[in-house]
Design a protein around this ligand. Structure first.
Ligand SMILES: NC(=O)c1ccc[n+]([C@@H]2O[C@H](COP(=O)([O-])OP(=O)(O)OC[C@H]3O[C@@H](n4cnc5c(N)ncnc54)[C@H](O)[C@@H]3O)[C@@H](O)[C@H]2O)c1
Length: 421
């Protein structure tokens, strides 16, 4: 196959990332098997800015390749930077370009329509997290994947990072015995992009749970193996899911926000031969649960809060620090970096070249949405234990009653937190 032809939709915050190896743009010029043909954003300012940075990032990579003696790729990169086309209209991009893949990094509300439109045109899709606003929307996307026979990758970048890759390696080795529990607090002070859309559940589907914990849901499931089955969910005492500080500066002004800024919940996964409880926090009001990310096993544990290393604690309490990039041990692999953005793009490009499915496919994305939905429902029902089946039945009943409005109704019902606690 010739190069995988990619179009990008949405040129905001995560197009650039937050430095280090985060973001989609820094990964593109390193995808030797692909070519970014087109960039699309409704905002002319964002398009112009992206065009400027696209050229700069490609030129920097071209210079690196030249320094390494790879003159052919350097030339190719400069040609790609010159030929990239800009679109304000997504449909026009899909009509005009002969794309193999669209990279969807727009606000969450657009994930479903953009994904379905691309798949129905026979174009493969990678879609940012969360997969959609609701499980119902994710299921519609999954149907479109089936109908099209195309590859869909749910873009959970964690699982393509060096740390999660190595954590799974250790877990599978059995070094800590059976995993009994995983604790993963993910908390920051505010959403990553300080845009109103993050605080608007009608656009984002929810608040900090869908922004932060959604990473934790999929990534801990990955650790346990995607053949594990998420079974039941419970909003956890004492803080559950809700709004801690409703007056936030959004778009330059204090406003009363409607989305949750803290979420604490338990998920039970049935493994092929046992079960594991996962405790997740996803907050935009700083962490207020357990201090460290840890996997607790029957004969040891792995602490993994630090960005560069994990600490293995054996059954005698001995602590061994293991750097993720220890030379000659956990071999350095250039496509596995700390944030996983290059890894996820390389993975979907390879799937397209080899015509194989991604492990992080529509089933994983949609089921992750069901777990999130069950957590909201648990909070709504007074922190009752909710099985995934119960949540799905509840959502399907709303769908039957409300038709096309079902997701909006579901979001409204599940995100009524009634102000600060
Ligand atoms: N994987 C991660 O760690 C990570 C981090 C941040 C954001 N994200 C996800 O990426 C997505 C985008 O987040 P963001 O922070 O970049 O948001 P953002 O608001 O900064 O950027 C979104 C961009 O989409 C553009 N857009 C809106 N409507 C459009 C349309 N119809 N056609 C084309 N472009 C359109 C906007 O103009 C904007 O430039 C979200 O789903 C978010 O959850 C993932």
């Amino acid at each position: 196959m010739s190069k995988v032809r990619i179009g990008v939709a949405g040129l905001g915050g995560i197009f650039y990332g937050w430095g280090g190896d985060s973001g989609h743009l820094p990964a593109y010029p390193r995808l030797d098997e692909a070519k970014i043909c087109a960039l699309c954003d409704v905002s002319q300012d964002n398009l112009d800015k992206a065009a400027f940075w696209f050229k700069r990032v490609y030129e920097e990579e071209a210079q690196r390749r030249e320094a390494a003696g790879d003159f052919r790729r350097a030339e190719e990169l400069r040609a790609d930077a010159d030929s990239v086309r800009l679109y304000k209209d997504y449909s026009e991009m899909l009509e005009t370009e002969h794309l193999d893949l669209v990279d969807i990094i727009t606000p969450v509300k657009l994930h479903k329509p953009m994904t379905i439109q691309a798949l129905d045109k026979g174009i493969n899709v990678m879609c940012e997290k969360p997969m959609a606003r609701t499980w119902l929307e994710a299921m519609e996307m999954a149907e479109a994947v089936k109908r099209s026979g195309k590859v869909f990758q749910y873009a959970e970048n964690f699982i393509y990072s060096i740390s999660w890759y190595n954590l799974r390696k250790f877990l599978v080795s059995g070094i800590i015995g059976e995993p009994i529990a995983i604790l993963l607090p993910l908390a920051i002070g505010e959403p990553g992009a300080l845009t109103a859309s993050y605080w608007d559940p009608t656009v984002a589907g929810g608040g900090s749970l869908l922004d932060m914990s959604i990473h934790g849901i999929t990534a801990t499931w990955f650790l346990l193996g995607f053949d594990s089955k998420p079974v039941r969910v419970k909003s956890a005492e004492p803080d559950g899911i809700g709004i801690k500080m409703p007056e936030r500066i959004v778009d330059g002004k204090y406003r009363t926000v409607k989305a949750e800024d803290e979420a604490h919940f338990l998920v039970e996964f049935e493994r092929p031969n046992g079960w594991t409880t996962v405790f997740l926090e996803g907050s935009w009001s700083y962490r207020d649960s357990v201090a460290s990310s840890v996997i607790i096993g029957t004969k040891g544990s792995i602490e993994f809060g630090a960005p560069d290393k994990m600490t293995l604690v054996d059954h005698h309490g001995h602590r061994t620090e293991i750097p993720y990039w220890s030379p000659g041990f956990l071999h350095r692999m250039p496509w596995l970096e700390s944030d996983g953005f290059f890894g996820e793009l390389r993975n979907i490009v390879t799937c397209i070249v080899e015509n194989t499915k991604s492990e992080c496919d529509e089933r994983v994305g949609a089921e992750s949405m069901a777990i999130a939905g069950a957590a909201y429902l648990s909070e709504m029902l007074g922190r009752k234990v909710v099985s995934l089946d119960e949540f799905k039945e509840y959502a399907l009943q709303i769908q039957e009653k409300e038709g096309d409005r079902a997701s909006d109704v579901l979001i409204r019902e599940l995100t009524q937190f009634g102000g600060a606690k």
